[in-house]
Design a protein around this ligand. Structure first.
Ligand code: UFG
Length: 324
């Protein structure tokens, strides 16, 4: 059993990771500034309210010895990052540096870092593996790529062990554990589709119907948030076995278009879901699909909720009665 400090554990992916860590018998402490996270999502350990941009607040999280840190804190909206790059570099890069320095002060040498498909930029191949060139096209992706570079240098200089997990499209929820996806504003496709099904959201827009894809809409690789959480637990094991800075792409390797997502949601919810065609959203690549062979081979990761129906059904159960 380890004591894991989950930074950003009040947020969407972080709260699901905290739940899965606790399920594996690990002790969890959550650090969060609650800027986008939810106090009610912190259910598997004590909450230290602190901000990565205020270094002196961080020591409180290390009062009891920490074995490993998982770092989910970030600003993560592509469009916002284009409009306000300073905020993204400050929060995502400078904030991470503060965390890394706090870890060093407290002798913690293991980190699992939330990275993103956006580190790759425009895809050059049908499925993106870890050897794909990194050429981010927005400050969000660039901020995550910078941290990955810092982690490689920290491995050499200080012996920091790290695993960067590059999520493709995180989706789904664990409503039976009282946690799910709740962003404000909500920009992600599946929550917006389900809110449209419930009649609680704004009118659904499909951004771009003229891409060269199966039906003209963007194709993405949706991966269940609990499967992402599993990968974090496996990453702890990898860091026990191996030094260095590792990185893995996490997706199911299947692409679904926006229209296919809407059609699946209609089937799963039994509701009519109206939408309007809208212009392309700036910065959206046509297709983003992962190759996760390395995660399967090296981490032993095997997604348990890979079917889009199941992913959407789990999100539907959450959105039908969200706890926060
Ligand atoms: N979309 C709509 N309508 C909506 C919301 C989204 O048509 O209301 C479309 C988007 O244009 C896109 C697809 O649905 O084509 C998926 O959009 P999301 O916002 O759900 O997810 P993204 O693919 O934009 O985001 C993912 C990751 C980010 C990463 C980004 C890189 O969540 O971390 O890919 O492009 F930065």
């Amino acid at each position: 059993m380890s004591h894991v400090l989950v930074c950003g554990g009040a947020g969407y992916v972080g709260s699901h990771a905290a739940s899965v860590l606790a399920g594996h018998g690990h002790r969890v402490t959550v650090l969060d500034n609650l800027s986008t996270g939810h106090r009610d999502a912190v259910r598997w350990g004590r909450l230290v309210e602190a901000d990565l941009l205020v270094p002196e607040q961080l020591d409180r999280a290390f009062e009891e010895p920490v074995d490993a840190v998982m770092h989910f804190c970030a600003l993560s909206l592509v469009g916002e990052s284009v409009a306000n790059p300073y905020a993204y570099y400050r929060n995502n890069v400078a904030g991470t540096l503060n965390l890394l320095e706090a870890m060093k002060r407290h002798g913690v040498d293991r980190l699992v870092f939330s990275s993103t498909a956006a580190v790759f930029g425009q895809p050059q191949s049908a499925r993106i593996d870890e050897d794909h060139p990194q050429a981010p096209i927005n400050p969000y992706g660039a901020s995550k790529a910078m941290v990955e570079e810092i982690l490689r240098h920290a491995a050499q200089a200080y012996g920091l062990r790290s695993v960067a997990l590059r999520y493709f499209n995180a989706a789904g929820a664990a409503a039976d554990r009282g946690i799910g996806e709740s962003h404000s504003p909500e920009t992600h496709l599946i929550p917006n589709v389900l809110r449209a099904a419930l009649g609680t959201g704004p009118a659904l827009k499909v951004f771009g119907t003229d891409y060269s894809t199966v039906d003209g809409t963007c194709v993405r690789d949706y991966v269940h948030v609990l499967d992402l959480a599993d990968a974090h637990v496996l990453a702890l094991g990898l860091m026990d076995r191996e030094a260095g800075a590792h990185a893995f792409n996490l997706g199911n390797g299947n692409g679904f278009s926006v229209l296919e997502v809407i059609e699946t949601a209609r089937r799963v919810t039994g509701r009519d879901i109206a939408f309007d065609a809208a212009p392309r959203r700036a910065g959206d690549p046509a297709v983003l699909v992962a190759s996760s062979d390395r995660a399967r081979d090296v981490l032993g990761w095997s997604p348990r909720h890979a079917a889009l129906d199941e992913i959407i059904d789990s999100a539907w159960r959450w959105h039908s009665a969200p706890a926060y």
